[in-house]
Unconditional design. Structure first.
Lengths: 325, 324, 325, 324
């Protein structure tokens, strides 16, 4: 188990820790954006700047042995679980020593050692897999909980329905976290979904559902602690709709032309990092303290990137391994 | 001991459950009612509701549950009833289960067994009769097993459950009552090994599941005409046992494949391609595929009977091949 | 368009008509049961005795041009649309002249000419197809409506979710009729589904949902007329949960050992044909009138069976036709 | 006129929409934003929201909508984006769409076109790079089309939309920007006909989509060594054009197939089986399949490049075959 994962479980969730975790993800993704623009990063790149509070809030509520699954837009969640930044960069870059030794790439960051069971590229596909992780926890009586992150658009695919029903009837310890960032690709959720509150879909499964502010990391953390504890004690699954916003396009060079004027600006005002920093300033932190956290994390992330860039590509023959035991 | 395929499968499940607490059984109506095909009968009573699970009609969730629990170290045995229903959880099977080990760079094993009933002949028509094993041949990361008798059913199911990789296990729904010998203390049978059931000199006939009996019958009849047929039971569809089959062809110089599936994208086509590449000089003539027609499975009795290959079609194929 | 289908559209739904339609289905299925027991009927045979009021009530509310899809347990719905009885028997028996010329069998009765678009063997698979029928009606502005019959167990499969969401967001004229017969195969619905009222699932799609007594044919007919008219006028889809009971096993020789003692007997008391007959007696029909309807329909069905049994099997070569144009 | 594959496809859609009011386009983000791959750009503006539909992320509903509306006489063109996602609606495609005409005894036509983007080389990893056409080869009732240039993309898409049967139309996502000639008034191209792109004497190379350019490049290089290669673009994966390919093999006596897919259950295996059966005496040596490795598609650049066949591997195969 890596250092940061142990830290995650034991440390009190001080604001500095939360801020550091969100900054780590933000800087990681900003680097990815630059690398992509510079042609140094191949393939798909789905960034989640602006959504960090959801991942950090939920993963900070977990303990060792708990697990997580996420989507192609899963850098944040994987890092929040404690995956090493250098190895995450390494995977983005397709390097040996990357989390998946270069076989998975941006859409499939996986670090089983820290409970990050996988990032999945087919919308909805990992919800059934989270059901299985919850099933195993209940089967073994381990008390472990699984957190499953997915998007608003994913609530319209069949696997969502089957998974929530299944988890509910079996009372499995799975928290289904819908990151409602208002869009599935270029489509506003209201164009594809005839109800406004996705959390209400929990009712179809006799499941607890609630909507939270996904940009207030403390709101997220509070809900997460409450629901994770409930699931751990056998209270069963829950559906959480975390309202948030992705500040970049859906993928790669999508300029987000479909956004109504002013929408992005409004949400930038509600950037989760900004909100936490404001709160910290109000409760006595100084700007220079915040600046130094920022500088420190920026340095760490930068160093991790440089480290990863120094790694070689895996040899071409490595492709023939890992198909089967 | 003479048992049916059904009894052999039931015993394999029971023995695996008894041996390893991480093994559990999950599927629609597999617990309280012992399964639509009655393969899991008695398991709930013996192992309890903590090991044997009924589910909603949610095949994606069933397979996902198997995958996720295997990622967490369990050893699930999932049933999805008719193999045709693999289509409703195809993404879980081919995009997730088959690829997770690879995409993660080998971080995890995935010991999932998925049992399903394939095959025609029972008037179940187009949506309940398919040999769905052919849907998975272009998907690296899956092992495909298809036994034809009680001993193989037992031994291969034990091996599938013990295997660290995902295995799709096909049980022919028309063969559950077929009888055969099962040892008192039967052993697992290695996945990937075909079985020579009848030695012969003039041609090699490779068949799977229900077609094995037809091949043996055809061999019997051809023997009366002095034609000596070697009959090989494929047993594993992926990986194919090129060594056993190639060695046979090197001796007989003639190859016939028999399947109750159309030719396109089938295991027979895969096998022909491999044997032609490996044993071209041994072949006195082109391999012959005795296959089902290139249509969905029809309902009506005469149509379905004609659709399925049988001993007659194998005899004709062999005569055509050897008297050419 | 066949005679009975035209009749269906124009005739007032007199009780005699409703009774005749239900009896026709009942006798048809009773014959199937006997044929199966006698080894004269091959393959799967999913009977629906006790559920006739749902099919008859809904299909009697339709007009020419409307369409219907159903499941493997779809004899009732197909006959209620007006498919000729002899050709339906012919299909069960795999005869030339059967509805599908012997290619489909019991699970796939289809009569496109009367709007019976198909019976489908994979649970949930026809709900998306009904969406398409509704889509075409809206696309063309034809005013046609599609009725989609499925079971309680089918509400747990992904295709159900996708279809209802899709139909709702597009406001398609589709009535989703869940025949809640309390079981999916051998599993009581409560064992697989964490909510009691399946009609409540409509809320996830902002869709109208209601539960009705599926054994009172007039209740069914009233709801059907109301919802079909609403859909025809552009009011969009609805989910109806019709409470009913299948009096036979799930399929073939299933003895239904999983039923609690007394359950079947209670429901036999609420047999839809019995209920209608009782009502007719109360409102002035005589027992001999009812007896003569019964005798007349029994004779028709019997004659249809004999007719179908006189047809030959299709030649084996017929299997090679109808794959493509 | 020189156009890209993207432009050719866009024009084919527009021409079909303009010609027949029963044609409509449906899929995720195909309307307001012109599609993830920008193939449907401008169609909403030109044909309006009554012809061009965005949908929820619900592939089963998309395909079902296409099937049901085709049963009602419309002519839908559905997009499911990455071909890998065919797995989440596999039941609709293989158990419903492919079989409805047959199960109903021919009561209805089913003029559905399903467009999807297949193929690797873009670092999209295991779940967004597959040649999913191979999943459908054992499913009678589906036509499978896979063009390799703008003219074929146009002509085959027009033919697919006009076809009374379901057609799965595969567009290689790495080829959308490839350029080529398109006639001023281009015509539909018959489904089921392969195209001889380069005549040759010593060996026949059959390739599809992205591998066609590699085959042509290899032929060029081999010509420098005096080896004359006939290059055939498969164009239609089902039904396969045995006549054109067989006639070529009868002249060249050598067959090489090139695909960016593993061998198992592939069109190449299907084709080898057929050609060996039909043209055995013409073959001087076993056909060679130049295929991708038997693994999921890897992400890393060197690994993915090595995974994909290319002109080098074709040249080696040809040299091996002809100098054997
Ligand atoms: C089954 C499937 N259909 C379509 C896609 C293409 N796709 C990738 S991301 C995406 C949008 C998902 O939206 P949402 O669930 O809201 O998640 P977000 O991307 O906003 O995080 C789509 C349609 C896919 N990956 N899988
Ligand atoms: C996808 C799929 N899974 C499983 C089955 C097997 N099966 C046939 S009927 C049935 C029960 C369906 O129950 P319900 O929807 O309540 O309909 P009912 O049979 O009671 O009319 C099942 C599980 C199937 N046909 N398709
Ligand atoms: Mg979203
Ligand atoms: Mg039911």
């Amino acid at each position: 188990m890596s250092e940061s994962s142990t830290a995650r479980a034991s440390k009190p969730s001080a604001d500095t820790d939360l801020l550091g975790a969100m900054l780590e993800i933000r800087f990681f993704e900003d680097h990815c954006h630059e690398l992509f623009s510079a042609g140094l990063l191949r393939g798909a790149t789905h960034l989640g700047q602006g959504q960090e509070a959801v991942s950090v809030g939920f993963c900070r509520a977990l303990a060792d042995g708990d697990t997580m699954t996420c989507t192609y837009r899963g850098h944040a969640a994987t890092l929040a679980m404690g995956a090493p930044i250098d190895r995450a960069f390494g995977e983005m870059l397709g390097r040996q020593g990357g989390l998946c030794d270069g076989k998975g790439g941006s859409m499939h960051l996986t670090d089983v050692a820290v409970g990050a069971l996988g990032a999945f590229g087919v919308v909805g596909a990992h919800l059934p897999i989270s059901v299985g992780a919850g099933f195993a926890a209940k089967y073994r009586g381990s008390g472990a909980v699984n957190v499953c992150f997915f998007g608003d658009g994913a609530t319209n695919i069949g696997a969502f329905h089957e998974s929530l029903n299944f988890a509910s009837i079996m009372k499995l310890p799975v928290i289904f976290v819908c990151e409602n960032n208002l869009y599935g690709e270029y489509s506003p959720i209201a164009h594809t979904t005839p109800i406004e509150r996705l959390a209400d879909r929990a009712a179809s499964y006799g499941m607890h559902g609630e909507r939270i502010d996904g940009n207030e990391v403390h709101d997220v953390l509070d809900a997460a602690r409450r629901l994770v504890a409930r699931a751990r004690e056998g209270g069963g699954p829950a559906l959480v709709e975390a309202m948030t916003y992705r500040q970049k396009g859906h993928a790669r060079s999508d300029p987000g032309a479909y956004r109504p004027a002013g929408e992005l600006e409004e949400w930038l005002e509600r950037d989760p990092i900004l909100l936490l920093e404001r709160r910290m300033l109000e409760s006595g932190s100084s700007q220079s303290e915040l600046d130094s956290i920022r500088a420190e994390v920026a340095g760490e992330v930068e160093a991790a990137l440089r480290e990863a860039q120094s790694w070689p590509e895996p040899p071409a023959d490595a492709r023939l391994q890992d198909v089967a035991a | 001991m003479i048992v049916t395929v059904r009894e052999a499968l039931n015993r394999a499940l029971a023995d695996s459950l008894a041996q390893d607490d991480d093994v559990f059984v999950i599927g629609e109506d597999v617990a309280a009612n012992g399964g639509v095909f009655k393969i899991t009968e008695g398991l709930l009573e013996r192992f309890g509701p903590e090991r044997i699970y009924d589910t909603p009609i949610s095949e994606q969730a069933i397979i996902g549950c198997a995958i996720g629990s295997a990622l967490s170290g369990l050893r699930p045995v999932a049933e999805i009833m008719f193999a045709d229903f693999a289509a409703v959880c195809f993404d879980q099977l081919v995009n997730q289960m088959a690829k997770i080990r690879y995409m993660s760079g080998g971080q995890t094993a995935l010991p999932v067994t998925v049992r399903m009933a394939n095959g025609g002949g029972g008037a179940f028509a187009a949506q309940h009769s398919q040999t769905a094993e052919n849907w998975f041949l272009n998907i690296p990361g899956l092992k495909l097993v298809a036994p034809s008798n009680p001993a193989d059913a037992y031994g291969l199911l034990r091996a599938a459950i013990a295997d660290p990789d995902p295995v799709l296990f096909f049980e022919h729904k028309g063969m559950y009552n077929d009888k055969g010998e099962l040892a008192e203390s039967p052993e697992p049978i290695e996945i990937g090994s075909a079985a020579v059931l009848r030695p012969g000199e003039n041609a090699t006939v490779v068949a799977s599941q229900a077609m094995v009996a037809q091949a043996l019958k055809a061999a019997e009849r051809l023997a009366e005409d002095g034609i000596s047929i070697e009959v090989i039971d494929l047993r594993t569809i992926a990986p194919l046992d090129y060594a056993t089959i190639g060695a046979s062809v090197d001796r007989t110089n003639h190859l016939i494949l028999v399947q109750e599936s159309p030719v396109g994208g089938s295991w027979a086509a895969t096998l022909v391609t491999a044997i032609v590449a490996r044993n071209f000089e041994s072949l006195d003539a082109a391999p012959v595929v005795v296959a089902a027609d290139d249509t969905p499975v029809p309902f009506g009795e005469a149509m379905e009977r004609a659709w399925l290959p049988d001993a007659d079609s194998i005899v004709s194929a062999a005569e055509g091949l050897l008297r050419a």
